[in-house]
Design a protein around this ligand. Structure first.
Ligand code: AP5
Ligand code: ZN
Length: 207
């Protein structure tokens, strides 16, 4: 968990490699649908460009289908999901096992700084920052040499809107998981808060 640009995708890349498990990023799945021009993609594009949230039933259906795939049998990492109380409740109701909930806590000012310099290599999911994690060659992916892109929702106005939605709809999940974690219930996940200020490596080591 964490606000837009908190570093979820950056840190997810380390975790998925360390454990050899798939990263399930609902944002990446939606962006893939947009690129393919599917019905879901057409619907999602407008919402994402405005910084809003795609309807819960759509997202829950997408995630349930994804975790039923064979590559998820040994575990998986959610990135950017659940993002609302109904999404979290749906996972609880379906008894989807959760071991850890990791929150990366970053200030709003830092978020704006991070997102305005972000560049991504869409095919691999590799994430760069023009100042904090620059590619070796300007605007080119380190591994393939292919061009990097800026996400459509990384405009200052959309970033502000995404932050607003995060505070209103997703932040309540911090309390939700912290309480559940403290309840001592058998299946409760362990909730961990990581301070997101610091270098990518410092935060990776903390996690
Ligand atoms: P999603 O793709 O999940 O976007 P997000 O939550 O806004 O988060 P980001 O991907 O922007 O940031 P991140 O935390 O992954 O940061 P990153 O590692 O890239 O969702 C997009 C949209 O899809 C949503 O707005 C919504 O419309 C829809 N959606 C998705 N899931 C949904 C759901 N469950 N329900 C409903 N709608 C949903 O890092 C950011 C930048 O910072 C990079 O440039 C990176 O290099 C840099 N950086 C990272 N760490 C550091 C560091 N420690 N120091 C300096 N720079 C750093
Ligand atoms: Zn991300």
């Amino acid at each position: 968990m964490g606000g837009p640009g908190a570093g979820k995708g950056t840190q997810a890349n380390f975790i998925k490699e360390h454990f050899g498990i798939p990263q399930i990023s609902t944002g990446d799945m939606l962006r893939a649908a947009v690129k393919e021009g599917t019905e879901l993609g057409l619907m999602a594009k407008k919402i994402m460009d405005e910084g809003g949230l795609v309807p819960d039933d759509v997202i829950i259906g997408l995630v349930k289908a994804r975790i039923a795939q064979p590559d998820c049998s040994k575990g998986f990492l959610f990135d950017g999901f659940p993002r609302t109380i109904p999404q979290a409740d749906a996972m609880k109701a379906a008894k989807v096992p959760l071991q850890f909930v990791i929150e990366i806590d970053v200030s709003d000012e830092e978020i704006v700084r991070r997102l305005s310099g972000r560049r991504v290599h869409p095919a691999s999911g590799r994430i760069y920052h023009l100042i904090f994690s620059p590619p070796r060659v300007d605007e080119k992916d380190d591994v393939t040499g292919e061009p990097l892109i800026q996400r459509d929702d990384d405009k200052e106005e959309t970033i502000r809107k995404r932050l607003e939605i995060y505070h209103a709809q997703t932040e309540p999940l911090v309390e939700y998981y912290a309480r559940w974690s403290a309840s001592g219930e058998k299946d409760a996940p362990k909730y961990v808060k990581i301070t997101g200020a610091g270098s990518v490596e410092t935060i990776r080591d903390a996690i």
